[in-house]
Design a protein around this ligand. Sequence first.
Ligand code: PEP
Ligand code: MN
Length: 338
Amino acid sequence: MIVVMRAGASEAMIETVVERVEQSGMKAHVIVGTERTVIAAAGEERDETEEVLQSTPGVDKVLPVLAPYKIASRETKAEPTVVRTRDLVVGGGNVGVIAGPCSVESEEQIVAAAKAVQATGAKGLRGGAFKPRTSPYSFQGMKEEGLKLLAAAREETGLAVVTEVMTPEHVDLVAGYADVLQIGARNMQNYHLLQAVGETRHPVLLKRGPSATIDEFLLAAEYVLDRGNPHVMLCERGVRTFETHTRFTLPLATVPYLQERTHLPVVIDPSHGTGIASLVPSMCRAAVAVGCDGLIVEMHPDPSKAVSDAAQTIDPTSFAETVTECRRVAEAVGRSME
Ligand code: PEP
Ligand code: MN
C-alpha cells in the first residue's frame, strides 16, 4: 500500500508513519515528490495497519497498490525516475547514450572507443570486463584488469563507465571502478545478485532476460528497489522467439508499455536486440522515436577485430552518424539527447 502525506506534512509526521509501517512488519520506502511525500509500505498487508496509518497525523490517504511490483509501479510514484551519474542523464526527457565495445580488450582499444564516444557528445562508456559467455571456451573477459582499463578511459574522457557484474561476490570490486552496474540478461533472475546491487547506491542497468515476461522483469527491478537502491534503469535487449534471422527479436512496444506501468527509465539495446550491425542505426532511431530514455550500443574502433559480438558491433563513423540522426529524431518527439 502507499501512504500519501498531506502537502506540507512535517518530517516528524513522516517519521511516525515510517515507524508505524515498520512496526507492522512491512518495509517503508520514502519517496519525496515535488508536491507531496509518499511512503510505500512493502510486505504482507494487514487491515489493521491500514486503519492505524489512516489515522496518523499528516496522512492524507492510504491506497492499495494493485501491481505486484510495489515500488517500481507508477501507482506509487507518478513522476519519472531520472538516473544521473557524471554527465550521463537517463530519463526525464533526455535520452542518455552509452556506447563502447562488447568486451574490454586492451588499453588502446578501450581508450580509442571512449574517445569516439566522447566525440559524439554521448556520455556513457560500456565495456564488459566480466563476460557471461554461452560457451566456457569463449573469451571470459579481462576481469579486474579490464576494470582498471575502463577507469583509465574514464580518466581521459570523463565518461560514465557501465560494466557488468556477474556475481554477488564481485559487487564491491566492480562498484569500486564502475559508475553503473550492469546486470546481464542471463542474470535477470539471479535474486542474490539483484539484492547485492540493491545494497549499493550505484545506478543499475538491469537487462531483460530473453524469455522473461514484463512482470518478471519489473519484479526483478523490485528486488533492487526493495534493498533501498532507487537508481534502476530497465534495458530491453530483445527476447527469444521463433525468428532466427535476427539474434533476438527487439520489441519496441516494451518502451511505452513499461512507461505506463513504471516510473523507471527504459533503455534500448539494439545491438543484442538484433545481432546485426547494419540494423543497429535504424533501430536506434526507432527506439528514440518511440520514446526510450536511453540507448546502449556496441561500438568498436575496428569491429572486424572485436573478440566478442563482432557481427552486431558498429564502427565509430556509423555510431557518430547514428547519434546525429537520433538527435534529430529526439528533437522531433520533444526530447533532448545530451
Ligand atoms: C552485453 O551487454 O555485452 C551482454 C552480455 O548483454 P546481455 O546480457 O543483454 O546478453
Ligand atoms: Mn555483447
